[in-house]
Design a protein around this ligand. Sequence first.
Ligand code: ADP
Ligand code: MG
Length: 240
Amino acid sequence: MIKVEGLYKSFGKLEVLKDINAEINEGEVVVVIGPSGSGKSTFLRCLNLLEEPTSGKIVIGKDEVTSKKFNPQKLRSEVGMVFQHFHLFPHMTVLGNVTYAPLKVKGTTKAEADKLGKELLAKVGLSDKANEFPNRLSGGQKQRVAIARALAMEPNVMLFDEPTSALDPEMVKEVLDVMKSLAKTGMTMMIVTHEMGFAREVADRVIFMDEGMLVEQADPIEFFKAPSTERAQDFLQKVL
Ligand code: ADP
Ligand code: MG
């Protein structure tokens, strides 16, 4: 589903990603962990071209998205992204947020968009909030709306960048539960998170990044039991 070859990204002189190579299979849930500043967000952002890779090749589905011929608009309906800060449109209702992109980008009819939007809100447990405005929601509810909104484009891949890091602790579970049920539907997912319990339970694979490099990829059970690199051992010692 995703293939990354020799990905490099620099911001000016700062080399942030150094020769990242990875493959994510269809239906796989991959959790990306690593110290702050190791390039996790930049990696995810390169995958949907929110950042332009300095060099390297990224293939998503059948498309080489790093090809000059590729139209980045196409990616918006192929890859959904959820951020730490929810980025909801404050002046639109919850349902308005969820239906905005399908209406605008996909040319879906209003009736169809509303129908799908309501289904997705039911999936994330927010049917009763469809006509509410975002400022009336809790952080956990906002993030669930953001997930529904990303799903409304019917993407093949979902990217999550620390989706629970901005939440009060009591709201973390409701968002992780939505992600868990999404994983069970067979969605291909890449998730940057510090929720190690979630990683262990839900991930098919863990990717550990440090200093812009992909240092280790492993089965979560084995990784958390005994990471093979010293850098991952150091990291886990600090966070667990
Ligand atoms: P992580 O998500 O693992 O914390 P990031 O990908 O956000 O790491 O950042 C990796 C490095 O790239 C950091 O040193 C950060 O300061 C730098 N960086 C990220 N985005 C930019 C940017 N737009 N311009 C300049 N430097 C950036
Ligand atoms: Mg980050």
